[in-house]
Design a protein around this ligand. Sequence first.
Ligand SMILES: Cc1ncc(COP(=O)(O)O)c(C=O)c1O
Length: 420
Amino acid sequence: MEISVQGRPSIQAARQDFPILDQEIGGHPVTFLDSASSAQKPRQVMQAVRSFEETSYANIHRGLYWLSEEATRLYEEARETVAGFLGVEDVPTLLFTRGTTESLNLLAYTWGERNLGEGDEIALPVMEHHSNLVPWQQLAFRKGARLRWIEINPDGTLDQDSLAAALDRRPKLFTFTWVSNVFGTINPVRELADRAHAAGATVILDGAQGVPHLPTRVEDLGVDFLAFSGHKMLAPTGIGVLWGRRELLETMPPFHYGGSMISTVRRDRSSWDVLPNRFEAGTPNISGAIGLAAACRYLDALGMEAVRDHDQDLLAYAFEQLASLEGLEVFGPEDLAGRSCVVSFRFRNIHPHDLATLLAREGVCVRAGHHCCQPLMREIGMMGTTRASFYVYNNREDVDRLVQALDKAGRLFSGVKCKP
Ligand SMILES: Cc1ncc(COP(=O)(O)O)c(C=O)c1O
């Protein structure tokens, strides 16, 4: 089964692969600027899933008939494709999960339960998404461990003094996001990983916003574990990845128990299968894995360097255009080379939910709220922000439509008098 990418698709032509963007909603073209939440899917990904479900679907790893053997082959081939996309050579160290949240919970309940104890420290930046915060907070409660927060500068970069102080305390774990889903800050992964290792920590990277946008070679990142979600990189929901170093994965107990992850089961004891099966209990999301592999092939065909260049071009254009709006303040680093294309902003005193609702009336889909980063919102003194995020199918016209819709909303609100 092949996806039908004919020739090498270019970013400029990519938009035509996304049928959802062809339609009008409420008389407006769809201006989709919420990819940091979940990205749209190209035809090639949908076709790969449909073709699998129409011609080769069956459960995997157990049937002795052709359909099951074919489904198993495609599922394991999907693992190889995703591993290839990340430069992972030891393919069984790439585990399929439901997404970043499940990958991080898996780590907290397996690596964390086994390796953290009373008084141990977990260092993490205050910019973390709840997915890379709550599992560690709860683990710390269970084990008597402590969270050591790394503060941020007003521009959304890590505070170096706070980072140095956290590492000086020799934390057992340093877990952080590659890209902030609020500020767009790109954290310097290799440098942070090397420093954390020198301080004796195990290093986990939340790649939910990084892997979809930045060329990824796992060995170059220098981390011990990498978690990400398929649905933020053109794949279906319900599929994601946890990659880990073999020597660590092999010491970890299973996360879920049940079918497909055992070696033998007796009435009074069981033993576990080898990687990756010991961490993939039950029937996995077979179609999702095939969709994720198709998304990786699609992104590979575009070229991740080209994806990054496209992001940078749109980001620069968005910054230029947004600057024309009086009273609009963008959060995050000013140096565009240090950010990915997530643009969170405040516009005058308009509540983010009101603003997002008005933008939606113009067909502009953005996110508003705390973006699952409540501690960070408290830090910047906001209840929430409005966030536009771009991906391969966006173009400068989308930015223009965002700016026009903001301008309209601003004019509407300039006539609104608040009660004294
Ligand atoms: C930085 C970051 N980490 C983790 C997550 C959680 O991803 P998922 O909901 O796919 O598990 C998100 C989702 O927005 C995110 O932006």
